[in-house]
Design a protein around this ligand. Structure first.
Ligand SMILES: Nc1ncnc2c1ncn2[C@@H]1O[C@H](COP(=O)(O)OP(=O)(O)OP(=O)(O)O)[C@@H](O)[C@H]1O
Ligand SMILES: [Mg+2]
Length: 238
Protein backbone atom coordinates (compact mmCIF):
# COMPACT_ATOMS: atom_id res chain seq x y z
CA UNK A 1 0.00 0.00 0.00
CA UNK A 2 1.28 3.48 -0.88
CA UNK A 3 2.52 5.51 2.04
CA UNK A 4 0.45 8.59 2.77
CA UNK A 5 1.23 11.89 4.37
CA UNK A 6 -1.01 14.70 5.68
CA UNK A 7 -0.85 18.45 5.75
CA UNK A 8 -0.19 20.14 9.03
CA UNK A 9 -1.61 23.62 9.43
CA UNK A 10 0.42 26.38 11.00
CA UNK A 11 -1.53 28.51 13.47
CA UNK A 12 -0.56 31.69 11.58
CA UNK A 13 -2.67 30.51 8.61
CA UNK A 14 -5.70 31.81 10.47
CA UNK A 15 -4.15 35.27 10.63
CA UNK A 16 -3.39 35.24 6.89
CA UNK A 17 -6.94 34.15 6.08
CA UNK A 18 -8.57 36.59 8.47
CA UNK A 19 -6.90 39.76 9.61
CA UNK A 20 -4.55 40.09 6.63
CA UNK A 21 -6.98 39.30 3.84
CA UNK A 22 -9.79 41.65 4.91
CA UNK A 23 -9.63 45.03 3.19
CA UNK A 24 -10.60 47.17 6.18
CA UNK A 25 -12.49 47.09 9.46
CA UNK A 26 -15.76 48.21 7.87
CA UNK A 27 -15.69 45.17 5.57
CA UNK A 28 -14.81 42.97 8.57
CA UNK A 29 -17.84 44.14 10.54
CA UNK A 30 -20.10 43.75 7.53
CA UNK A 31 -19.12 40.05 7.30
CA UNK A 32 -20.43 39.53 10.83
CA UNK A 33 -23.77 41.23 10.17
CA UNK A 34 -24.10 39.10 7.00
CA UNK A 35 -23.72 36.04 9.24
CA UNK A 36 -26.64 37.31 11.35
CA UNK A 37 -28.66 37.79 8.16
CA UNK A 38 -27.80 34.25 7.02
CA UNK A 39 -28.86 32.94 10.46
CA UNK A 40 -32.36 34.36 9.80
CA UNK A 41 -32.10 37.13 12.38
CA UNK A 42 -34.84 39.77 12.38
CA UNK A 43 -32.87 42.22 14.49
CA UNK A 44 -29.15 42.93 14.85
CA UNK A 45 -27.57 45.32 17.34
CA UNK A 46 -24.18 46.72 16.44
CA UNK A 47 -22.25 48.65 19.08
CA UNK A 48 -18.89 50.27 18.39
CA UNK A 49 -17.02 52.13 21.12
CA UNK A 50 -13.80 54.10 21.18
CA UNK A 51 -10.70 52.40 22.53
CA UNK A 52 -10.50 55.00 25.29
CA UNK A 53 -14.08 54.42 26.47
CA UNK A 54 -15.27 50.79 26.38
CA UNK A 55 -12.78 49.46 23.80
CA UNK A 56 -15.26 46.98 22.37
CA UNK A 57 -17.52 46.05 19.49
CA UNK A 58 -20.68 44.08 20.15
CA UNK A 59 -22.84 42.40 17.53
CA UNK A 60 -25.94 40.67 18.81
CA UNK A 61 -28.67 39.02 16.76
CA UNK A 62 -31.86 37.04 17.27
CA UNK A 63 -30.97 34.46 14.64
CA UNK A 64 -31.08 30.69 15.03
CA UNK A 65 -27.99 30.70 17.24
CA UNK A 66 -25.52 27.84 17.56
CA UNK A 67 -25.66 24.75 19.74
CA UNK A 68 -22.44 23.37 21.21
CA UNK A 69 -22.08 21.03 18.25
CA UNK A 70 -22.74 23.91 15.77
CA UNK A 71 -19.90 25.80 17.43
CA UNK A 72 -17.61 22.77 17.29
CA UNK A 73 -18.52 21.59 13.78
CA UNK A 74 -19.22 24.92 12.03
CA UNK A 75 -17.68 27.85 13.85
CA UNK A 76 -14.46 26.08 14.86
CA UNK A 77 -13.99 24.32 11.51
CA UNK A 78 -12.14 26.72 9.24
CA UNK A 79 -13.22 26.61 5.61
CA UNK A 80 -16.42 24.76 6.40
CA UNK A 81 -19.68 26.36 5.36
CA UNK A 82 -22.99 24.55 5.49
CA UNK A 83 -24.21 27.36 3.21
CA UNK A 84 -22.60 25.68 0.19
CA UNK A 85 -25.20 22.91 0.41
CA UNK A 86 -28.17 24.83 1.76
CA UNK A 87 -28.25 28.17 -0.02
CA UNK A 88 -31.72 29.29 1.04
CA UNK A 89 -32.49 29.84 4.73
CA UNK A 90 -35.65 28.49 6.42
CA UNK A 91 -37.05 32.05 6.17
CA UNK A 92 -36.40 32.01 2.41
CA UNK A 93 -33.35 34.27 2.39
CA UNK A 94 -30.61 33.70 -0.15
CA UNK A 95 -27.59 33.23 2.13
CA UNK A 96 -24.68 35.61 1.56
CA UNK A 97 -21.87 33.35 2.77
CA UNK A 98 -20.28 30.20 1.37
CA UNK A 99 -16.50 30.30 1.82
CA UNK A 100 -16.39 29.48 5.51
CA UNK A 101 -13.89 32.16 6.54
CA UNK A 102 -16.01 35.29 7.16
CA UNK A 103 -15.92 34.80 10.95
CA UNK A 104 -12.13 35.23 10.88
CA UNK A 105 -12.74 38.91 10.21
CA UNK A 106 -13.32 39.23 13.98
CA UNK A 107 -9.50 39.03 14.24
CA UNK A 108 -9.28 42.12 12.00
CA UNK A 109 -11.37 44.05 14.51
CA UNK A 110 -9.78 43.14 17.83
CA UNK A 111 -7.48 40.76 19.69
CA UNK A 112 -10.12 39.02 21.78
CA UNK A 113 -13.45 37.52 20.86
CA UNK A 114 -16.21 36.19 23.05
CA UNK A 115 -19.16 34.36 21.50
CA UNK A 116 -22.26 33.41 23.44
CA UNK A 117 -25.04 31.75 21.53
CA UNK A 118 -28.50 30.53 22.47
CA UNK A 119 -30.03 27.85 20.28
CA UNK A 120 -32.77 25.24 20.30
CA UNK A 121 -31.39 21.89 21.39
CA UNK A 122 -33.12 19.19 19.35
CA UNK A 123 -32.49 16.34 21.82
CA UNK A 124 -33.75 18.09 24.94
CA UNK A 125 -36.33 20.30 23.17
CA UNK A 126 -35.04 23.25 25.19
CA UNK A 127 -32.77 26.24 24.75
CA UNK A 128 -29.04 25.81 25.33
CA UNK A 129 -26.48 28.55 25.89
CA UNK A 130 -22.92 27.99 24.76
CA UNK A 131 -19.90 30.22 24.67
CA UNK A 132 -16.26 30.37 23.70
CA UNK A 133 -13.46 32.90 24.08
CA UNK A 134 -10.65 33.28 21.57
CA UNK A 135 -7.39 35.16 21.98
CA UNK A 136 -6.23 35.70 18.40
CA UNK A 137 -2.72 36.62 19.53
CA UNK A 138 -2.13 32.99 20.56
CA UNK A 139 -2.15 32.12 16.84
CA UNK A 140 0.73 34.50 16.20
CA UNK A 141 3.51 32.15 17.35
CA UNK A 142 6.33 30.28 15.65
CA UNK A 143 6.07 26.50 15.25
CA UNK A 144 2.52 26.35 16.56
CA UNK A 145 0.06 23.86 15.08
CA UNK A 146 -3.38 25.36 14.48
CA UNK A 147 -5.13 22.55 16.34
CA UNK A 148 -2.94 23.06 19.41
CA UNK A 149 -4.14 26.59 20.19
CA UNK A 150 -6.57 26.47 23.13
CA UNK A 151 -10.05 27.93 22.81
CA UNK A 152 -11.60 28.69 26.19
CA UNK A 153 -15.13 27.46 26.91
CA UNK A 154 -17.30 29.98 28.73
CA UNK A 155 -19.57 28.46 31.36
CA UNK A 156 -22.61 30.71 31.18
CA UNK A 157 -26.36 30.72 31.07
CA UNK A 158 -26.81 34.18 29.69
CA UNK A 159 -26.29 36.14 26.52
CA UNK A 160 -27.63 39.61 25.90
CA UNK A 161 -29.74 39.45 22.77
CA UNK A 162 -31.21 42.50 20.96
CA UNK A 163 -33.78 44.52 22.94
CA UNK A 164 -36.25 44.39 20.02
CA UNK A 165 -35.70 40.65 19.42
CA UNK A 166 -38.44 38.56 17.88
CA UNK A 167 -36.98 35.26 19.06
CA UNK A 168 -35.38 33.73 22.16
CA UNK A 169 -32.45 32.36 20.20
CA UNK A 170 -29.50 34.32 18.90
CA UNK A 171 -25.82 35.09 19.09
CA UNK A 172 -23.82 37.77 20.84
CA UNK A 173 -20.24 38.53 19.75
CA UNK A 174 -18.04 40.79 21.84
CA UNK A 175 -14.74 41.87 20.37
CA UNK A 176 -12.30 43.65 22.66
CA UNK A 177 -8.77 45.10 22.56
CA UNK A 178 -9.72 46.81 19.30
CA UNK A 179 -7.00 46.96 16.68
CA UNK A 180 -7.85 50.51 15.65
CA UNK A 181 -10.05 53.42 16.49
CA UNK A 182 -13.03 54.00 14.23
CA UNK A 183 -13.49 57.44 12.70
CA UNK A 184 -16.75 59.21 11.92
CA UNK A 185 -16.08 58.48 8.22
CA UNK A 186 -15.72 54.75 9.02
CA UNK A 187 -19.05 54.76 10.86
CA UNK A 188 -20.72 56.53 7.95
CA UNK A 189 -19.24 54.05 5.46
CA UNK A 190 -20.49 51.19 7.65
CA UNK A 191 -24.02 52.64 7.74
CA UNK A 192 -23.99 52.91 3.96
CA UNK A 193 -22.91 49.30 3.55
CA UNK A 194 -25.36 48.02 6.17
CA UNK A 195 -28.31 49.88 4.69
CA UNK A 196 -27.97 47.70 1.57
CA UNK A 197 -28.90 44.67 3.69
CA UNK A 198 -32.10 46.32 4.91
CA UNK A 199 -35.38 47.17 3.12
CA UNK A 200 -36.08 48.59 0.56
CA UNK A 201 -32.91 47.22 -1.11
CA UNK A 202 -32.88 43.77 0.38
CA UNK A 203 -35.22 40.99 -0.71
CA UNK A 204 -35.99 40.66 3.00
CA UNK A 205 -38.61 42.77 4.71
CA UNK A 206 -37.92 41.73 8.29
CA UNK A 207 -34.29 42.65 8.87
CA UNK A 208 -33.50 45.59 11.13
CA UNK A 209 -30.08 46.83 12.22
CA UNK A 210 -29.63 49.18 15.18
CA UNK A 211 -26.37 51.05 15.70
CA UNK A 212 -25.02 52.44 18.96
CA UNK A 213 -21.70 54.26 18.99
CA UNK A 214 -19.87 56.97 20.89
CA UNK A 215 -17.81 57.84 17.81
CA UNK A 216 -20.49 59.52 15.71
CA UNK A 217 -23.69 59.55 17.84
CA UNK A 218 -25.66 61.15 14.98
CA UNK A 219 -25.69 57.71 13.37
CA UNK A 220 -27.25 56.04 16.42
CA UNK A 221 -30.54 54.27 15.87
CA UNK A 222 -32.09 52.13 13.20
CA UNK A 223 -30.17 51.93 9.95
CA UNK A 224 -32.10 52.81 6.85
CA UNK A 225 -31.51 54.64 3.64
CA UNK A 226 -33.80 57.51 4.65
CA UNK A 227 -32.15 58.01 8.03
CA UNK A 228 -28.79 57.92 6.36
CA UNK A 229 -29.81 60.72 4.02
CA UNK A 230 -31.22 62.75 6.91
CA UNK A 231 -27.99 62.31 8.88
CA UNK A 232 -25.92 63.27 5.89
CA UNK A 233 -28.00 66.41 5.48
CA UNK A 234 -27.66 67.23 9.19
CA UNK A 235 -23.91 66.67 9.30
CA UNK A 236 -23.41 68.97 6.32
CA UNK A 237 -25.56 71.69 7.77
CA UNK A 238 -24.45 71.79 11.39
N1 LIG B 1 -24.45 35.03 13.92
C1 LIG B 1 -24.45 33.72 13.66
N2 LIG B 1 -25.53 32.95 13.98
C2 LIG B 1 -25.55 31.61 13.74
N3 LIG B 1 -24.53 30.94 13.16
C3 LIG B 1 -23.43 31.64 12.81
C4 LIG B 1 -23.33 33.06 13.05
N4 LIG B 1 -22.11 33.46 12.61
C5 LIG B 1 -21.50 32.38 12.11
N5 LIG B 1 -22.28 31.29 12.22
C6 LIG B 1 -21.95 29.90 11.79
O1 LIG B 1 -20.55 29.86 11.56
C7 LIG B 1 -20.27 29.49 10.21
C8 LIG B 1 -19.07 30.21 9.73
O2 LIG B 1 -19.31 31.57 9.40
P1 LIG B 1 -18.40 32.25 8.28
O3 LIG B 1 -18.83 33.64 8.08
O4 LIG B 1 -16.97 32.02 8.63
O5 LIG B 1 -18.68 31.37 7.00
P2 LIG B 1 -19.88 31.45 5.97
O6 LIG B 1 -20.81 32.56 6.32
O7 LIG B 1 -20.46 30.08 5.93
O8 LIG B 1 -19.13 31.78 4.60
P3 LIG B 1 -18.35 33.15 4.20
O9 LIG B 1 -16.89 32.93 4.54
O10 LIG B 1 -18.56 33.26 2.73
O11 LIG B 1 -18.95 34.25 5.01
C9 LIG B 1 -21.54 29.79 9.44
O12 LIG B 1 -21.65 28.94 8.30
C10 LIG B 1 -22.62 29.52 10.48
O13 LIG B 1 -22.89 28.14 10.54
MG1 LIG C 1 -20.21 34.53 6.59
Amino acid sequence: MAQIKNFKVDARTIIHLGRESIKDHTTALLELVKNSYDADASVVEVEIYKKETFDKIRIADDGTGMTESDIDESWLRIGFSGKRKVKISPKGRRKTGEKGIGRLSTDRLGEELQIISIAHQEETKSLSTNGIKINWELFNQDNQDLSGVPIEVIETHSAILPVARKDDTGTELIISKLRQDWTKENVEALCNELSILTPPFSETKDFEIFLKTDIAPEFNGKISLFRREANHYLSRNT
